[in-house]
Design a protein around this ligand. Structure first.
Ligand SMILES: C[S@@+](CC[C@H](N)C(=O)[O-])C[C@H]1O[C@@H](n2cnc3c(N)ncnc32)[C@H](O)[C@@H]1O
Length: 275
């Protein structure tokens, strides 16, 4: 069968799980052959022989298994990152956290010390290391597998000298002082929330933040204030603005603002503490 025929035939099987079935089959073929889209289009009439391998991927995808885990790649902020099962897949709305951090530090000449809590695949720390000149980052996670992947991503983007990846539950293994900012996209979904079928394949300790969902966010706010770190930037759930705003008011806060994502859902905040 030619590449073009394979795309036509196998995309039929994916119609119920994605709105871009042909594109996804093309990506799978590209993954199997280790070729990019341009090559696939230029060679659309070439014979494709690895049908069994393709069928395996298509059948797995038909169960709602995420495309990113199948091809071990995801895009974030215009860059390509490695992903693997057991570590959260990057989401586009998390790019807004990067924008907010850059806005605060873009003109700062001195070294900026940053802590990232819950680094996952490392996307946030790697992007900050790429975009900010003088930056030192400590990126923590409770998941060894995530830290291993994050290190690979830092190496892939040649910023491994700017980031130290460390196993830590929140700040537990972070005794450092003189930190300018903490950034985090922590788990913030309520434990009893019914996940959509594709998200069920992602690690629950990256998604669920507690009974209500905002427990970890509140811990991060409290600990960041205690550690006298001036800035805290977090992503949060669309329904958490009110409880988190109320909680923030119990601290000595100089300024705070909430932001919305591309779909106009409340999605996170920036806070500057007084100290
Ligand atoms: C929503 S994911 C975010 C991953 C990545 N930063 C991103 O934006 O794609 C949350 C991450 O926090 C980690 N995590 C969960 N609880 C934690 C804790 N108590 N301390 C540190 N990291 C934690 C999870 O393992 C997961 O990698």
């Amino acid at each position: 069968m030619t590449i073009k025929d394979c795309v036509r035939t196998y995309s039929q099987k994916l119609k119920l799980v994605t709105h871009i079935p042909a594109k996804e089959v093309e990506m799978m073929i590209g993954h199997i052959l280790d070729k990019n889209v341009i090559w696939l289009h230029l060679n659309a009439n070439a014979e494709f022989t690895q049908i069994k391998e393709l069928e395996k991927l298509v059948n797995k995808r038909a169960t709602n298994y995420p495309m990113e885990y199948l091809i071990n790649k995801a895009s974030f902020y215009g860059e390509t990152f490695l992903v693997k099962e057991g570590v959260l897949i990057p989401r586009p709305e998390t790019e807004l956290l990067i924008d907010n951090a850059i806005e605060i530090f873009k003109d700062k000449k001195e070294t900026i010390n940053i802590i990232e809590i819950g680094t996952g695949s490392g996307i946030i720390s790697v992007m900050l290391a790429l975009l900010l000149k003088n930056v030192k980052i400590i990126a923590v996670d409770i998941n060894e597998k995530a830290l291993e992947l994050a290190r690979e991503n830092a190496k892939k983007h040649k910023v491994e000298d700017k980031i130290e990846f460390r196993l830590s539950n929140l700040y537990e293994n972070v005794p450092e002082t003189d930190i300018h900012m903490t950034i985090s996209n922590p788990p913030y979904i309520a434990d009893d929330y019914k996940l959509p079928p594709n998200v069920k394949f992602e690690p629950s300790n990256a998604l669920f933040g507690g009974n209500i969902g905002d427990e970890l966010l509140k811990d991060i706010i409290k600990d960041t204030n205690e550690k006298e770190i001036p800035y805290l930037l977090c992503e949060m759930g669309y329904d958490q603005k009110k409880p988190l705003e109320d909680y923030l008011k119990s601290f000595e806060v100089k300024e705070y603002s909430f932001y919305q994502d591309y779909e106009k859902f409340d999605r996170g905040f920036t806070v500057q503490f007084k100290k």
